[in-house]
Design a protein around this ligand. Structure first.
Ligand SMILES: C[S@@+](CC[C@H](N)C(=O)[O-])C[C@H]1O[C@@H](n2cnc3c(N)ncnc32)[C@H](O)[C@@H]1O
Length: 459
């Protein structure tokens, strides 16, 4: 039934998460002055990996890295193993159907530990176990990324959840969606209506695991950092550099922040921003307490990054940022910055270039990865999805793009995607698509898929 508490037989919907993509969060760690591991050769563990939808594309991307996934739900782990098998990745991820509390790591350490969508949905003792596990099993220069719901933005949502649960009880157990709809028709509070609409948009496959999960426990950042510290871990900031400022942060917010920044410790200052912006979500980077952290990104490290403008529109403010933006747009998909920026902009000193690039990354106008993408310059003559994408298409599961974003499709488009195994050329695909999905604008669609890096290996 929709909106009911999850049981072990209910599997979390297949998803991947750009904020927990090591190619992006290693950059955020370097911004904090932490010598983060190279993910292409790392030992990576995901706690609460569900059906492996986040981990398997990473295993395909980095053949020399080692992957372990664990989840308490045996059905989810079976799906992960089946998908790995069909995608030719059997044995590339060591999947365990096991609770974290019972997992025997056998003294092993990991360079990267991912716990996305885990912390807020487990009881307090498991939260403590997770911190202790990370402190014990991170390599010296290891990095953990742990997401959680933030109290500042969830306070009003928790009130809606409390009301819905009361309606459910009074209504003899009607489901959460029906109760939300009842509440929506009764409320005159605009803020409450916005929250209810947002919950309804998540739908019955997500809500039982998210807002209406048996445990849904939003935390304050300062409490999170203190608890992590007590276990032997240090909070480094958000896993995506630009997210250190809350979403929608304005110039007015920034002016108010300038007044309080110097008076508060970093954790308290970030909590102050969370409250002001009513932030709902964080994805925190943690390292071991005894690891070296300088607090500053080195200039040379900036030139190793692969950059991509977040928007094709050039930045409004600085002449130099506009020139870098134009160079990046021309060189898509982006190579490491050092390979072409210094050649294209020889009149700009390296330190000035690095400063400007950092500023654009901090403000979210450039997205940065620790390695370039391998995307052909033009759409391949015979577009081919990789075996993992094809296996996902056959199961009608979201396909993960080059930026680790999950991508779902309308019903009629799936059969067209199934044909993309490299055996048909563009003209043949177009004519098959015209029969299967007559309303599809094939040219635009295939260009969009190419932009998202869906055909890295086509010819
Ligand atoms: C909200 S889902 C998130 C799944 C995935 N990480 C994501 O973000 O898309 C939480 C997952 O953690 C798993 N889980 C819950 N408690 C666990 C525990 N004690 N040990 C291991 N896995 C657990 C659940 O089975 C579920 O698959």
């Amino acid at each position: 039934m929709s909106g009911e508490p999850s049981t072990s037989s209910q599997i979390y919907p297949a998803m991947s998460h750009p904020v927990a993509d090591p190619a992006a969060f290693v950059v955020a760690a370097r911004f904090a002055g932490f010598d983060a591991p190279d993910p292409a050769r790392a030992r990576v563990l995901e706690i609460g990996c569900a059906t492996g939808h986040h981990l398997l594309p990473l295993a395909l991307r980095w053949p020399q890295a080692e992957f372990t996934g664990l989840d308490v739900n045996p059905d989810a782990i079976q799906c992960a193993r089946d998908l790995a098998h069909d995608a030719g990745l059997a044995g590339r991820v060591d999947f365990h159907a096991c609770a974290l509390e019972d997992f025997n790591a056998d003294g092993k350490t990991w360079d990267i530990i991912i716990a996305h969508g885990f912390f807020s949905w487990v009881p307090d003792e498991v939260k403590r176990d997770m911190f202790a596990f990370c402190a014990r099993h991170l390599a010296t220069n290891g990095l953990a990324v742990v997401s959680f719901n933030v109290e500042a933005g969830w306070r009003a949502r928790m009130e809606v959840i409390r009301k819905v649960r009361a309606i459910q009880q009074a209504g003899g157990g009607i489901d959460a969606i029906a109760s939300l709809q009842l509440l929506r028709s009764a409320t005159h509070d605009i803020d409450e209506t916005i929250i209810i609409d947002d919950m309804l948009a998540k739908g019955p496959s997500i809500l039982p695991f998210d807002d209406f999960a048996p445990v849904n426990d939003p935390w304050r950042l300062d409490a999170f950092a203190v608890e992590a510290e007590a276990a032997g871990l240090r909070w480094l900031g958000e896993s995506v550099v630009a997210n250190n400022r809350p979403p929608g942060w304005t110039a007015e917010d920034e002016a108010a922040a300038a007044e309080v920044r110097g008076r508060l410790a970093p954790g308290d200052f970030h909590h102050w921003m969370d409250e002001r912006a009513r932030r709902t979500f964080r994805s925190a980077l943690l390292c071991r307490n005894d690891a070296a952290v300088t607090g500053k990104m080195s200039t040379s490290a900036v030139f190793d990054l692969a950059l991509r403008p977040a928007s094709p529109e050039p930045p409004a403010d600085s002449g130099l940022a506009r020139r870098i933006h134009a160079a990046l747009m021309k060189n898509w998909p982006s190579a490491p910055a050092a390979e072409f920026l210094t050649a294209i902009l020889p009149d700009v000193p390296a330190s000035g270039l690095a400063r400007e690039i950092c500023r654009e990354i901090i403000h979210g106008r450039f997205q940065a990865r620790c390695e370039p993408l391998t995307i052909p310059q033009s759409i391949p003559h015979r577009p081919a999805l990789d075996p993992l994408k094809l296996a996902c298409v056959r199961r009608r599961l979201p396909v993960v793009d080059a930026w680790h974003r999950p991508c779902g499709f309308p019903d009629r488009q799936w059969p067209v995607l199934e044909l993309m195994d490299g055996s048909l050329n563009l003209t043949e695909l177009k004519s098959r698509a015209a029969r299967i999905a007559p309303r599809l604008d094939f040219e635009r669609w295939i260009a969009h898929l190419h932009e998202r890096g869906m055909f890295p290996g086509g010819i």
